[in-house]
Design a protein around this ligand. Structure first.
Ligand SMILES: [Zn+2]
Length: 289
């Protein structure tokens, strides 16, 4: 089976990011040439509360979530067809939308819409901080207004990128988890994008988690398993991320590959159990699943 099968599609992330940028661009347009920070804050506050913006956010979130859902449905069918369970899985997939997964999808849409709704407020903070700083330097209001239009798309771009990357991975991981639970698949393999060693941008702790078996009921704390030591103080960085599954922390592009067929893996594997990563052979793993 194709290893990349479970990797979230970049085009879904790209489409979501584009959507967020369009929303942000519209928001910045509303500010126009105003440089009175109180007025700007008020305008953006009104936008964030408007019914129209709420609809906008929900539709962008809905598009992303259903896009992932459809794409994953395809992946599950491919993966399960390979081990002869295609028919029953397909029927189950049809049924799931009417039940638990339908609700989970709506939860994901709501969660993502809430995140999009923070955009006007974020932009408002960025814009008003910038105006205050520049005004304190004695710069002219008209100059500052011009700059905001040029400069702000950059910061907003960065924010949209972070939201798109983080939320697409997280939503994907949660969809995978819910489907796994439906089929009683309790384990997955943690995969970084770009293979076992990552793609050069994968953080050290997630490279450490590469190809490790993880149980859905027992999320690891990668920063505790692979601590980063400060070059200056020689001390370990505090782990502020806690326990989480593949794809479920900011900027993470890792994903979960469900353990559907043990033949597809090369044994022995590494497994996360009882707070540490241990080597496990196929026989021992069969006993615990
Ligand atoms: Zn990662």
């Amino acid at each position: 089976m194709d290893k990349m099968l479970w990797e979230p599609k970049r085009r879904i992330e790209a489409a979501f990011r584009k959507n967020l940028l369009n929303i942000a661009r519209e928001i910045i347009k509303q500010v126009g040439n105003i440089t009175d920070t109180d007025v700007i804050t008020e305008i953006l506050r009104q936008i964030s509360k408007s019914r129209e913006f709420e609809k906008f956010s929900e539709s962008a979130a809905m598009k992303m979530v259903t896009h992932l859902f459809d794409d994953q449905g395809h992946t599950w069918r491919q993966a399960t067809a390979a081990n002869g369970k295609g028919g029953s899985f397909y029927a189950a997939l049809q049924a799931e939308l009417r039940g638990y997964t339908g609700r989970l999808l709506m939860d994901q849409v709501k969660r993502n819409a809430e995140i999009i709704k923070t955009l006007p407020l974020d932009i408002s903070i960025d814009v008003t901080t910038y105006i205050s700083q520049e005004t304190a330097k004695g710069r002219r209001a008209s100059e500052i207004a011009k700059e905001i239009k040029l400069k702000f798309p950059e910061q907003t771009k960065a924010r949209a990128k972070l939201i798109a990357r983080t939320e697409v991975s997280k939503t994907q991981s949660q969809l995978t988890e819910s489907r796994c639970r439906m089929f009683n698949i309790n384990w997955y393999v943690w995969r970084p994008v770009g293979g076992s060693k990552g793609d050069g941008r994968t953080r050290k702790s997630h490279r450490g988690m590469a190809d490790v078996l993880v149980a859905w009921d027992d999320a690891p704390a990668p920063e505790d398993l692979f601590p980063q030591v400060s070059k200056i103080t020689g001390k370990r960085y505090r782990n502020s991320l806690g326990h989480y599954h593949a794809g479920c922390c900011p900027n993470c592009r890792c994903y979960a590959e469900p353990v559907i067929d043990l033949d597809l893996f090369t044994w022995p594997m590494q497994a996360y159990r009882n707070g540490s990563i241990q080597r496990i052979n196929r026989k021992a793993f069969e006993k615990i699943i």
